[in-house]
Ligand binder design. Structure first.
Ligand SMILES: *Cc1c(COP(=O)(O)O)cnc(C)c1O
Length: 400
């Protein structure tokens, strides 16, 4: 079958909850993907940062295959030999006392919300059902009913009510708004250190640090959603590390399993995650030996292949090169590490047509928020490959 036939089949039988670029990928390695018609592209989205380590990383795939031959799933009704190893290795690596494993990012966010609320009642002493959680405008934390309940994007929530109460929205980047929103019933402040779906929106320098201070003074948990910003994407392990902020709780996912099987997790202290007792929370696949084995290898690859350092160095290089492109369409560039948003002018006619032009040039990336092109290649990219991409970005940004 050719691309057209696959696309027709998908559109006929599959629900239309996405608007993908019309490229049908059938294999990939590192930064390169290939479509069913044999055309090669450089991946500049990296599955929303889930393949930070690169597509089909040989070490991660070897671990996956080896584990497949041994044991894939026990459920948490029994113990397995991989979950304890991931728990120990991840908590030591990230500097937290405990970890709770789930599968998708949204599930880990839901887990954090449950932990926050119960901490609010059992530890902080908030009256029953009065806990409030402060979130930011333009947030993206996933797609469950509760999570979209506190989204500020009307499309994400329209027709999905009744929505979950208990959330207060403050503008992203505004410390005074956070200060004013806190009251004795506030249990936590949930924030993305850089907003990914919000268009690689980097808050003002010092924002995270000040918010962290405000939270500590008020006995409010500072909870960072690092599902997209974490695990090296910004040139540090966590984006919060840029301001030496140590959140009370960190939520991770995406690159935790290097683009293989969904693995997510919540990291926190013994006091916070200790609010869960047997039966309070769980997931059939959470902590599965297959996912844990793959996550262990994915973290090792990230560290041993110096991908975090690469993200910092090559990200700086990419940003400097982009800034030499004299395009009539670009308002400005923003980002950290190998994570850059190209914010286009209103007159540019939207980012979608630029992404389609880049696709014709052999680069795959995706627009966010109508007028922002997001660049997020796998962190294994080389400088030569970056130069190849920069030449094409230059062509598209100057010739359209
Ligand atoms: C992708 C993402 C999520 C949701 O993760 P899923 O695995 O798609 O459920 C949550 N928060 C942030 C910041 C994300 O980028």
């Amino acid at each position: 079958m050719n691309s057209k036939q696959y696309i027709t089949m998908e559109d006929t039988y599959g629900a239309h909850n996405y608007h993908p670029l019309d490229v049908v990928i059938c294999k990939a390695q590192g930064v390169w993907v290939e479509d069913v018609d044999g055309k090669r592209y450089m991946d500049f989205l990296a599955a929303y940062s889930a393949v930070n380590q690169g597509h089909c990383h040989p070490r991660i795939i070897a671990a996956l295959k080896d584990q497949c031959d041994r044991l894939t799933l026990t459920s948490r009704a029994f113990r397995n030999d991989q979950w304890p190893l991931l728990a120990k290795e991840a908590t030591e690596l990230f500097g937290y006392e405990m970890i709770l494993p789930m599968n998708t990012g949204a599930e880990a966010v839901e887990t954090a919300l449950k932990a926050i609320r119960r901490w609010g009642y059992d530890i902080k002493g908030i009256p029953t059902d009065k806990a409030e959680i402060i979130v930011c405008g333009n947030n993206f934390h996933g797609r469950t009913i509760t999570i979209v309940s506190f989204s500020t994007e009307p499309d994400y929530k329209r027709g999905f009510g009744p929505l979950t109460p208990g959330f207060v929205v403050v503008p992203y980047g505004d410390v005074d708004a956070l200060r004013k929103a806190i009251n004795p019933n506030t249990a936590a402040f949930l924030v993305e250190p850089i907003q990914g779906e919000g268009g690689v929106d980097v808050p003002p320098s010092g924002y995270l640090k000040t918010c962290w201070d405000i939270c500590r003074k008020n006995n409010v948990l500072f909870v960072a959603d690092e599902i997209q910003s974490g695990l090296g994407r910004t040139g540090k392990m966590f984006a919060c590390d840029h301001e030496s902020v140590k959140p009370d709780m960190v939520i991770i996912g995406k690159a935790l399993s290097g683009g293989t099987v969904p693995v997510s997790a919540v990291l926190a202290s013994r006091t916070i995650l200790g609010v869960f007792k047997p039966g309070d929370h769980g997931s059939t696949y959470g902590g599965a030996p297959l996912g844990c084995r793959v996550a262990r290898e994915s973290l090792k690859v990230l560290i041993e292949e110096k991908m975090i350092e690469r993200s910092a160095e090559l990200g700086d290089y990419l940003m400097r090169q982009l800034q030499t492109i004299d395009s009539p369409h670009v308002e400005f560039y923003r980002g950290k590490g190998l994570w850059i948003g190209i914010v286009l002018k209103q007159s540019a006619g939207g980012a979608r047509r630029f992404c389609e032009a880049l696709m014709r040039e052999g680069i795959l990336c995706k627009e966010t928020h109508v007028n922002i092109i997001r660049l997020a290649p796998p962190l294994c990219i080389t400088q030569e490959e970056l130069d190849w991409a920069i030449a094409r970005l230059r062509t598209v940004l100057t010739s359209i």
